[in-house]
Ligand binder design. Structure first.
Ligand SMILES: Nc1ncnc2c1ncn2[C@@H]1O[C@H](COP(=O)(O)OP(=O)(O)OP(=O)(O)O)[C@@H](O)[C@H]1O
Ligand SMILES: [Mg+2]
Length: 233
């Protein structure tokens, strides 16, 4: 479904992504691992069209979509939960969700307002609250809920559990597992590599803007020493 070929991205003179290749088949889950500053978020921002890569291609269903604007990528079925959440702070929880509602590219509307409420019961008690009045965990749930309201076929989750209390973290992983089992492909970035590997089919490890290791998540989990070395944990 999504293929990234030879992507090079710069911030000014800094060469951040160096020939990144990643393939994301439909309905599969891919984990993206790497220490701080290795280029995970830059890769996601490059494929979503927030940053224009200097060279390389992003292919969606075989079509070259490199540097398409983010809204257009969203319309083609890519849901994005950005690092640091990205909800509208001045809109209510209900407004944040309703304004994101859209049928999937195949016309399906499996993720409705009611289903998002069932998934995040906590948000039902906060519907009229503004985004900025929510706790960090509730904001993250709202951010995931908004992406689900677009009925995506691929969900990209960048550090969805960052800075949250253990109980909330567990709830977010439960939801991520549910998203995966509902047939939506996922691209997951998270510091907890064990959780990432447990919730993905395949994983890639980035170091200094390059993919330095990739493989089946089940195989990688059996190499903790290699991962600890690459991830510095
Ligand atoms: N807007 C920017 N302008 C200039 N440099 C940037 C910008 N954003 C990120 N960088 C640099 O690009 C490199 C890759 O950053 P990126 O955010 O992609 O890493 P990351 O793997 O997502 O890290 P983290 O785990 O901390 O989220 C880092 O050296 C970072 O300092
Ligand atoms: Mg990041």
């Amino acid at each position: 479904m999504l293929k990234i070929e030879g992507l090079n991205t710069y911030y000014g003179d800094s060469h951040i992504l160096r020939g990144v290749e990643v393939e994301l088949p439909a309905a599969r889950s891919v984990g993206l691992l790497g220490r701080n500053g290795m280029g995970k978020t830059t890769l996601i921002r490059s494929l979503m069209g927030y940053v224009r890569p200097a060279s390389g291609r992003v292919l969606l269903d075989g079509q070259d979509v490199t540097a398409w604007p983010p809204e257009k990528m969203a319309r083609r079925g890519i849901g994005y939960v950005p690092e640091g959440r990205g909800i509208f702070p001045n809109l209510s929880v209900r407004e944040n969700l309703v304004m994101s509602a859209r049928a999937g590219i195949d016309g399906r509307r499996e993720w409705t307002f009611d289903r998002v409420m069932q998934t995040f019961p906590r948000l039902t008690e906060r519907l009229s609250h503004g985004g900025q009045q929510l706790s960090g965990g509730e904001q993250q749930m709202l951010s995931i809920g908004r992406a689900l309201m677009t009925n995506p076929r691929l969900m990209i989750l960048d550090e969805a559990t960052e800075g949250l209390a253990p109980l909330i973290v567990a709830e977010i992983w439960r939801v991520i597992a549910g998203i995966r089992s509902s047939g939506i492909a996922t691209l997951i970035v998270d510091r907890d590599w064990r959780k990432v590997l447990a919730n993905t089919d395949h994983a890639v490890v980035m170091e200094k803007g390059r993919i330095v290791r990739h493989g089946a998540s089940q195989e990688l989990v059996a190499e903790p020493a290699v991962l600890e070395d690459l991830l510095g944990v």
